[in-house]
Design a protein around this ligand. Structure first.
Ligand code: IPM
Ligand code: MG
Length: 353
């Protein structure tokens, strides 16, 4: 199993090195990993001038899976857009054709009091947000800022082809068939033509999956319903930008964005695995970041790219156990719990593994 490791910026190196320790522990139990690191994001700009250097492109193309930390930092905010760390992330998603982004939003029962939401609203929450990741306004052309009538205008293009919608819809229906046979597609068809097409195509694809109950929801309502009654959802599917926003919102249902892993897959099962949170420059290098989202991302890697369900479950149940043993990083800590740093949290996971 060849894994490219891209630690990135901010807290990225700290959390990724903990996740690699988990893989190494599995390796000492007989699994075989070939792990190689490369630069992505701001650290890559510093070293080479490009956020997605050629050496990284080569490595991720050869690898079976990619483990990513996070990219970005305040010092890069004034760089030209093509040199921004985020461009490295977008380029790698596009380059590997990782169109299907799976973001499980699972509440560990031990954390039901760590969320800002009432425990009864979120208890046993288990949602899967499927976000289209290589299209939409993120990549649409034309885009830019230009002079127009004596002032500057900024513009982007929200665009989806039928084919792009169809392939993500198939992924969503297949995933939904294996869960509770419920799929909610989120759009803004009352205003945007692009998402009218989204709704039309998703409705068409639904005919291939008569066992799945499809519903549609406008994105503003979905944002509200996620807070009002999140347990009405099982699998949600939506476009790139709505998925970006809704998944951050949904993460807080679970107590902390520091708990959410993600998998970005292409049509061959190749995947990039990363926590959904950012590089958190304010806490970088302090050994306080929560490594669990990244550790849980390795579980998704074992499940989706390597078909190692048992190893994936081992990691997930170890995480559950450390929470039951009251270990908490500061983002999820509460009175009476044992506050630990990034490395100690991983130590606890390894003890349980
Ligand atoms: C995410 C992030 C990225 C995105 C940023 C860092 C470009 O917010 O993965 O959700 O917008 O997709
Ligand atoms: Mg985001």
């Amino acid at each position: 199993m060849k894994i490219a490791v891209l630690a990135g910026d901010g807290i990225g190196p700290e959390i990724v090195s903990q996740a690699v320790r988990v893989l190494e522990a599995l390796a000492s139990d007989g699994m075989k990993f070939e792990i190689e690191s490369a630069l992505l994001g701001g650290c890559a700009v510093d070293a080479t001038g490009s956020p997605f250097p050629e050496a990284t492109r080569k490595l991720v193309n050869e690898a079976d899976a990619v483990l990513l930390g996070s990219v970005g930092g305040l010092q890069y905010d004034n760089l030209p857009r093509e040199q921004r760390p985020e461009q490295g992330l977008l380029a790698i998603r596009k380059n590997l054709n990782l169109f299907a982004n799976l973001r499980p939003v699972v509440l560990y029962s031990e954390l039901k009091n760590a969320s800002t939401m009432k425990p009864e609203v979120i208890s046993s929450l288990d949602i899967l947000i499927i976000r289209e990741l290589t299209g939409d306004i993120y990549f649409g052309e034309p885009r830019g800022i230009k002079q127009h009538g004596g002032q500057r205008i900024g513009f982007n293009t929200m665009i989806y082809s039928e084919e792009e919608i169809r392939r993500i819809a198939h992924v969503a229906f297949q995933v939904a068939s294996k869960r509770s046979q419920k799929l909610c597609s989120v759009d803004k068809m009352n205003v945007l033509e692009c998402t009218q097409l989204w709704r039309d195509i998703v409705t068409e694809v639904a005919k291939d999956y008569p066992n799945v109950k499809l519903s549609h929801m406008l994105v503003d309502n979905a944002a509200m319903q996620l807070i009002r009654n999140p347990k009405q959802f099982d699998v949600m599917v939506t476009g790139n930008m709505f998925g970006d926003i809704l998944s951050d919102e949904a993460s807080m249902l679970t107590g902390s964005i520091g708990m959410l892993p993600s998998a970005s897959l292409n049509d061959k099962g190749k995947g990039l695995y990363e926590p959904i949170h950012g590089s958190a420059p304010d806490i970088a290098g302090k050994d306080v970041a929560n490594p669990l989202a990244t550790i849980l991302s390795t579980a998704l890697m074992l499940r989706y790219t390597f078909n190692e369900e048992e190893a994936a479950l081992r990691i997930e149940s170890s995480v559950k156990k450390v929470l039951a043993q009251n270990y908490r990083t500061s983002d999820i800590c509460q009175p009476g719990m044992k506050e630990v740093g990034t490395k100690e949290m991983c130590d606890a996971v390894l003890m349980n593994l």
